[in-house]
Write a protein that binds this ligand. Structure first.
Ligand SMILES: C[S@@+](CC[C@H](N)C(=O)[O-])C[C@H]1O[C@@H](n2cnc3c(N)ncnc32)[C@H](O)[C@@H]1O
Length: 233
């Protein structure tokens, strides 16, 4: 299943995000721990908006599961190799000084086994002394059930509204039914996307990285207030 049926809307939907500022923060975190880091792999890179900025400092590659988003990334960062790969199980045959996995993409791995497998993938692809920076999804106690939320975006010839209500499939799987209305001169389209993200506890995150052989630090603020796991090989 692709992440989205409308990849062309992703950057509009998240146009409020400060990718340049986040990339600068990531660079500071990396330099403080590994001043000589040169190569970086962005796992679940989406449309390549972090790579766009990180490529100025690091020799970058990217992976994502969604070909539609990768097509946009290829146009945005033509000099950065990006390829389709599921973070739970890929082998690029090389290692990187830095791996990033951002904006809660780790929540999409579906289970504790998926988290453990992803942590092993990250560890396998890190050089000795390398760093994996993983921005988590919410913990079970932070998920507020049945909360309505509205996101809007406007430009002269396109307006978008996304209305959601938070749900649960079971006590550990958060669900979001996302109803989109997209109006252009051609008319108004309505479609629905369904996302499920696993709610890992901090202990589960820490254990998965430790079991993969990584040293683990946790920054409770991180890039956007969701925290950041800083794991070193
Ligand atoms: C919220 S988006 C974040 C994208 C990008 N990192 C950003 O900051 O804009 C989540 C991303 O995770 C990707 N994804 C979901 N499951 C994945 C998996 N198992 N392996 C790799 N990528 C995955 C989706 O395709 C999507 O690009």
């Amino acid at each position: 299943m692709p992440y989205t049926s409308h990849p062309e809307l992703y950057d509009l939907e998240y146009s409020f995000k400060d990718y340049a500022g986040e990339a600068a923060t990531l660079e500071r975190i990396v330099r403080a721990r590994n001043p000589d880091a040169k190569s970086l792999l962005d796992v679940a890179c989406g449309t390549g908006k972090h790579l766009e900025h990180l490529q100025a400092t690091f020799t970058c590659e990217g992976t994502d599961i969604d070909e539609g988003l990768l097509g946009i990334a290829r146009r945005r960062v033509p000099d950065v190799p990006v390829r389709q790969a599921d973070m739970r199980d890929f082998d690029l045959g090389r290692q990187f000084d830095v791996i990033t996995c951002l904006f809660s993409a780790i929540g999409f791995v579906g289970s504790l086994d998926g988290l453990a497998a992803s942590a092993r993938t990250f560890a396998r692809h890190l050089t000795p002394g390398g760093l994996a920076l993983v921005e988590p999804w919410l913990t079970p106690d932070a998920w507020v059930l049945n909360r309505p939320h509205l996101l809007t975006y406007e430009e002269p010839e396109l307006v978008l509204a996304r209305a959601t209500v938070s749900g649960l499939r079971n006590e550990r799987i958060s669900t979001t039914e996302m109803h989109y209305l997209v109006a252009t001169p051609a008319g108004v389209e309505h479609f629905v996307e369904h996302h499920e993200l696993y709610l890992f506890t901090n202990d589960e995150m820490r254990r998965a990285f430790e079991d993969a052989g990584l040293g683990v630090d946790y920054d409770s603020t991180g890039l956007i207030g969701r925290g950041l796991w800083i794991c070193s090989r």
